[in-house]
Design a protein around this ligand. Structure first.
Ligand code: G3P
Ligand code: MG
Length: 235
């Protein structure tokens, strides 16, 4: 079961900052998950639509200009990073799940991903683009079919993972709150990976491990890695 650092190692450093990404790399995670918004022609790494929870600034991300956003402190003196800055730091050392929160121009994303493969040593298999916006995922898949799509859901659909298969997704990225074994079995039967958020409790990790889930997004990736190692060595 792969361990993804959720918003970087976000329990130990300010979420979605280069510090949190660096911590995750230090723990040798299998992957890192980040949240991305578009500001003008830049893609920036921040979770919320509004900046106040995670920075000392104020305002709607979409209404700020890049310079303003960069003037804010995202915690411990960190700036809100760009997607490209995160990619430079990760540089193909692990998988990168880019969760799209806001994107108007898909060509910006495509050119950053292509450049990351050409210049930073990422493989196509290491990059996953996920979103709760399935219309956007469908558009991405149509424009660039080789993109690995993660179809996010916070619900348990009547037809389980059918929506993700219809999108041509690589994975279904599901909320722990509604996941059950039937959902996992259905997704696997359709050839989809199952990644689950947000998982830090050992009991949850153990259950997902028993269900053969493929990956988990953890705020405490080091603890999760140690725990999974301990239960897998008991087998
Ligand atoms: O990508 C998994 C998870 O991050 C989705 O929810 O709100 O934490 O971005 P959220
Ligand atoms: Mg996210």
């Amino acid at each position: 079961m792969q361990i993804f650092a959720h918003r970087g190692a976000s329990a130990e450093a300010p979420e979605n900052t280069l510090l949190a990404i660096a911590k995750a790399l230090e723990y040798q995670v299998d992957g890192i998950e980040i949240d991305v918004h578009q500001i003008g022609q830049e893609l920036v790494v921040i979770h919320d639509r509004w900046v106040q929870r995670t920075t000392n600034g104020k305002g709607l991300v979409a209404n700020l200009d890049f310079k303003q956003l960069r003037s804010f402190d995202a915690g411990l003196g960190q700036q809100v990073p760009t997607l490209w800055e995160v990619m430079i730091l990760v540089a193909g050392q692990c998988n990168l799940n880019i969760e799209i929160k806001g994107l108007q121009d898909t060509s910006i994303l495509f050119s950053i991903m292509a450049k990351a493969e050409q210049e930073l040593g990422f493989t196509t298999e290491q990059l996953i683009v996920s979103s709760f916006d399935h219309h956007l995922l469908s558009q991405i898949k149509t424009l660039k079919p080789e993109t690995q799509i993660g179809a996010l859901t916070a619900s348990k659909p009547i037809k389980y993972a059918e929506f993700a298969a219809e999108l041509g997704a690589f994975s279904v990225n599901a909320d722990m709150a509604f996941l059950d074994e039937a959902f996992v079995l259905d997704a696997h039967r359709r050839g989809l990976k199952v990644f689950v958020y947000t998982v830090d409790e050992p009991e949850d990790l153990a259950q997902l491990y028993r269900w053969n889930v493929d990956g988990v997004f953890c705020n405490k990736p080091r603890a999760a890695k140690n725990y999974i190692r301990s239960i897998s060595s008991q087998k």
